[in-house]
Design a protein around this ligand. Structure first.
Ligand code: IPE
Ligand code: IPE
Ligand code: MG
Length: 257
């Protein structure tokens, strides 16, 4: 995952002003990639790691400041135990192997999701990676593990209720209500909302990803299966994003319809 390995490659130019501040990706299609090759689903997950590396490299090269990857959802716990175990092992392995290089490249790692459902070894590795890379600022790589958008909203609501019982604020004031709620989300109140959502694997759904944070995200779907996603595919999504007319409920620039 060398950041500089492809610097001589000609690449499409992007208007930096039209670069998303936050890209969030549902990395889907590992199982189908494997099935098409008569391989076990786990091989598909293993292959997906390559795509993760390529995507991180592309995000760094393009200067995207925040990348959130959906690695394991709240609902993925319902998969067969063998697959869940294999995914967790793969996650541990990837974290152990990639951490040095990510750190050297200035990547700050953090994780969102329901940690209490993860075993101690995983939690320990996550915390160690977070504290080790906390001072890095080239790319913030946020991995969603045991994550669900509804879980995130519910736990933010609970935190708000708990804080309100201790030190009440004026929840009748819409700004205060919003700020107090957002501070309790797993993404906190410092991150930009998701500008660009990417889903590979051909399905057109959110699958309980960052629901609150994607309120105004541009949604990009591609049939490419995750193990085949690469820097060129990432660039394609960025180029598509650059051509969106984002109105946020208002009228187009210059007041035209
Ligand atoms: C995405 O690939 C990886 C995870 C959800 C962990 P899938 O395992 O969902 O692959 P498909 O959708 O069955 O092809
Ligand atoms: C979403 O993919 C979760 C991850 C990529 C981690 P799924 O494959 O689990 O989603 P569904 O089941 O197709 O909605
Ligand atoms: Mg899937």
């Amino acid at each position: 995952m060398r950041a500089r390995s492809n610097e001589h490659e000609p690449a499409p130019e992007f208007d930096r002003a039209r670069l998303p501040r936050h890209v969030a990706i549902v990395m889907d299609g590992n199982g189908r990639w494997a099935r098409a090759r008569h391989l076990p689903r786990t091989v598909g997950h293993q292959r997906g790691r390559r795509a993760v590396r390529a995507t991180i490299r592309a995000a760094m090269r393009r200067g995207v400041p925040l990348l959130t990857l959906f690695a394991f959802s709240s609902e993925n716990w319902k998969r067969p135990i063998e697959e869940v175990d294999a995914l967790m092992k793969l996650f541990i392995n990837a974290l152990e192997k990639e951490l040095d290089e990510l750190d050297e490249n200035g990547v700050r790692l953090s994780f969102i999701g329901e940690r209490s459902r993860l075993d101690e070894q995983v939690r320990g590795l996550m915390e160690a990676a977070e504290s080790r890379t906390a001072g890095n600022d080239r790319l913030h790589l946020q991995i969603a593990v045991s994550y669900g958008g509804q879980w995130d909203i519910l736990q933010a609501a609970r935190r708000l209720a708990e804080r309100q019982a201790e030190t009440p604020v004026d929840l009748d004031d819409p700004e205060t209500l919003r700020a107090s709620f957002v501070a309790g989300l797993s993404t906190g109140d410092q991150q930009p909302p998701v500008d660009l959502f990417i889903r590979t694997g051909g399905e057109h759904r959110l699958s309980n990803f960052l629901l609150w944070q994607m309120a105004y995200a541009e949604l990009y779907f591609t049939d490419v299966l995750w193990p085949l996603f690469d820097e060129a595919e990432f660039d394609r999504a960025l180029a598509w994003f650059g051509n969106r007319d984002r109105r946020f409920g208002q009228v187009a620039e210059g007041g035209k319809a």
